[in-house]
Ligand binder design. Structure first.
Ligand code: NAG
Length: 298
């Protein structure tokens, strides 16, 4: 892919696609933080160390960054090294979201823990403003010791959450069964770290120990390979350009419409060995199994 193409170059390509209707892949490759993102709050809680960006939470503030552009469909990957040692009460999130009351959102939330106890990864999917689709798992490695890649793949057929390229969750397009699917709102890419000790760790029983602040999450390997939306045009025009289903983009090719056999096996392994909570099997919250869950059952 066009991994070294600059942002301004791809903007130019996007304009070209729009004005000439040229069939062309518009992607933004592996880039430094500044080309794709900017800090969105608490600028004094950011620091740069070599190729890594660090964002800290202390008792004054958390911090967050967001993408400069919005996207429709594609794949977004960030490498993250989570808060080391005591991270109880803290949440670090990496997500995509659209704006407005009927927004769509794909979330990774990393729930901290006391020293030596495992982080939990919570994922959620909001469609038309409605979430309540939490899944939780522990990881097969310690996410505080090294950088690992966390990705969201989004196309017309599925939203896939991946950890080091292993799928941990699939949200399939089941519009044919009447389930709304996120496909007509441009989404930004975001990350933030904040205090959530009212719920995050062991159900909110363990509070943030501020004597251990600052809590620092590190980032590198920012990669957005997605169809960039043009801010100057209406959503409908971006839908036509990015979601035309004309197989212009690699994520629209038939092999990307579902997991490969190998990936399906990986997902089964994750679900059987690492999943600790799935809203799909929470009979108390959902006496009637949500429609999108039914295909998960084997
Ligand atoms: C924290 O550790 C406890 C004990 O091992 C575990 O039950 C819990 O799921 C872990 N994660 C969170 C976020 O509470």
């Amino acid at each position: 892919m066009a991994s070294s193409r600059s942002l301004s170059m791809s903007m130019a390509c996007a304009v070209l696609v729009l004005s000439l209707g040229v069939v062309m892949v518009n992607s933004v490759g592996l880039s430094r933080f500044d080309e794709l993102f900017h800090p969105s709050w608490a600028l004094d809680h950011f620091s740069y160390e070599g190729e890594a960006l660090k964002m800290k939470l202390d008792h004054y503030s958390g911090a967050g960054f967001s993408s400069k552009s919005k996207y429709m469909f594609g794949k977004v990957t960030i490498q993250i090294k989570l808060v080391e040692g005591d991270s109880a009460g803290t949440v670090t999130a990496f997500y995509m979201s659209s704006d407005g009351p009927n927004h769509n959102e794909f979330d990774f939330e990393f729930l901290g823990n006391t020293t030596g106890e495992p982080y939990l990864v919570q994922t959620n999917v909001y469609v038309n403003g409605v979430g309540n689709r939490e899944q939780r798992l522990n990881l097969w490695f310690d996410p505080t010791q090294d950088f690992h890649s966390y990705s969201i793949l989004w196309n017309q057929r599925q939203v896939v959450f991946l950890v080091d390229e292993t799928p941990i969750r699939v949200h399939s397009n089941l519009e044919h069964r009447g389930v709304p699917y996120p496909k007509d709102q441009p989404m930004g890419v975001y990350s933030s770290i904040w205090n959530a000790d009212d719920w995050a760790t062991q159900g909110g029983r363990v509070k943030t120990d501020w004597t251990h602040a600052p809590f620092v999450a590190s980032y590198k390997g920012f990669h957005i390979d997605a169809c960039e939306c043009l801010i100057a045009v209406a959503d409908a025009a971006n839908v036509r350009r990015c979601g035309g289903g004309e197989k212009r983009f690699w994520w629209d090719t038939p092999t990307m419409s579902e997991l490969s056999l190998h990936q399906s096996h990986q997902l089964l392994w994750v679900r059987s060995k690492h999943m600790v909570y799935d809203y799909c099997s929470d009979k108390t919250r959902f006496p009637v199994v949500p429609v999108e869950c039914v295909h998960h059952r084997h």
